[in-house]
Design a protein around this ligand. Structure first.
Ligand code: NZQ
Ligand code: ZN
Length: 386
């Protein structure tokens, strides 16, 4: 175990009617000017908008809407939200959506209180914002676990970077499985795969000896795999959906990371792929993971071998560590195919004309990865994914 301090600032209201039962009490604690933030309008089709605006109205709030937050939110969109928040003297942000809306608002909440440009503050000066507009999240698309942390993945189109900015933690998060039942099945699967990826990226970090966090992590991975299969059988099973939503939160609420340095090399590469192609995050991870892991095989064979047995149920009898490590990557690749995720960039519509060299060169090399990748080897990975 590495040394750690653990406390968690996000209060979670989980379950059906979580908004109806808890949002009024939370709104009573905040000022009257509320920024209601959402994406492209799915909440207007499934009744979530109507329910939430009803609660806001009953609470006597003055609502300003911040709409059209796109998947892979841009820095420009963050600045638009911050301007809106300043001009309307916003006291509280209610972010309603998936990882994109939830991330965008974390940075809006910080930028609205800052005189200087937050990208320059964080990347130019190595600083962090210290003042924030309070916020609540209502999750309508699960998978990223973005509601549980203060990192936001923002695409800076001018700089061609999709990078983490650090903003505020949400004061509370509402996770009502019923709100997610209208998600397209494709997004359910790519979101759930993202949760599996977060668990694996956390597991693969150091130290290499298995600790309690890793054993909880193994259970989380087994749960996600089982429930992805179950949701494909019956996409409307709300119990299955509940499991997946909580597993997504578990992967990002800090518990699996206790005492560990995480890996997240695959995520860094996928984020830059996203900066250049605007691709779906979970799908990008699905293509990259098996290929990247084959490159990591010698260095990560101990963890891979353990996952083969503990998560994928592979019989270890008569198999060497190398055999088991290979069997793990094979099982992961077969699972990705089984659940209908893409296995090549071509399937994702990412063409040969993509600047893979620039993607590899601009990808952060992570310290926690078992293998110390070079940009050159990341380019090989990208090339093999085509
Ligand atoms: O915009 P609307 O119309 O709402 O449609 C959205 C969007 O098209 C739709 N949707 C959401 N809830 C729905 C629904 N459609 C029907 N019914 C509902 N209930 O789903 C689409 C995708 O939403 P989005 O928020 O983009 O997806 P996701 O949750 O996968 O978030 C992806 C973003 O999160 C970042 C990713 O990089 C990407 O930018 N990540 C954030 C992380 C974090 N902060 O911890 C960690 C992740 O690794 C990830 O990088
Ligand atoms: Zn992710």
């Amino acid at each position: 175990m590495n040394t750690f301090t653990y406390s968690y600032p996000v209060k979670v209201y989980f379950g059906e009617k979580a908004a109806a039962n808890n949002l009024s009490a939370e709104l009573a604690k905040v000022g009257s000017n509320v920024l209601l933030a959402y994406g492209g309008g799915s909440i207007k089709k499934n009744g979530v908008y109507e329910e939430l605006t009803g609660i806001l109205k009953e609470a006597g709030k003055t609502v300003t809407e911040f709409t059209g937050i796109m998947s892979n939110p841009t820095y420009k969109k963050v600045q638009e939200g911050a301007k809106l928040a300043r001009e309307n003297h916003i006291d509280f942000i209610l972010a309603v959506g998936g990882g994109s809306v939830i991330d965008c608002c974390k940075i809006v909440s910080a930028q609205a209180k800052l005189a200087e440009d937050i990208w320059e503050l964080e990347y130019g000066k190595g600083g962090r914002p210290s003042e924030f507009i309070p916020m609540g999240a209502v999750v309508t698309a699960f998978g990223t676990g973005a509601e549980m942390n203060n990192g936001a993945v923002i695409t800076n189109e001018e700089k061609m970077l999709k990078s983490a900015l650090w903003g505020a933690f949400y004061d509370f998060a509402i996770l009502d499985p019923a709100y997610t039942m209208t998600m397209p099945l494709k997004q359910v699967i790519s979101g759930a795969f993202d949760s599996l990826s977060h668990s694996m990226e956390t597991y693969m970090g150091s130290p290499r000896e298995v600790n309690l966090s890793d054993e909880i992590n193994e259970a989380t991975q087994r749960n996600i795999i089982r429930n992805i299969r179950a949701t494909l059988k019956d996409p409307q099973d709300i119990q299955v959906r509940s499991e997946l939503i909580w597993a997504a939160a578990m992967a990002e609420n800090g518990i699996l990371k206790i005492g560990k340095v995480t890996d997240f090399q695959c995520h860094m590469l996928e984020h830059q792929l996203g900066a250049y192609t605007d691709c779906n995050h979970g799908q990008g991870l699905a293509v990259l993971h098996p290929v990247l892991y084959r490159h990591m095989m010698p260095e990560a064979s101990r963890q891979f071998a353990r996952l083969a047995v503990e998560v994928w149920g592979i019989d270890p009898v008569g198999k060497s560590e190398e055999d088991l490590a290979g069997a793990f990557v094979d099982a992961l690749a077969a699972f990705i195919k089984e659940i209908g995720l893409p296995t090549t960039f071509a399937e994702m519509g990412i063409g040969e004309d993509t600047d893979f060299q620039a993607i590899a060169d601009s990808t952060t090399l992570t310290g926690g990865c078992a293998k110390k990748f070079t940009s050159k080897e990341l380019l090989e990975v990208l090339t093999e994914c085509r």
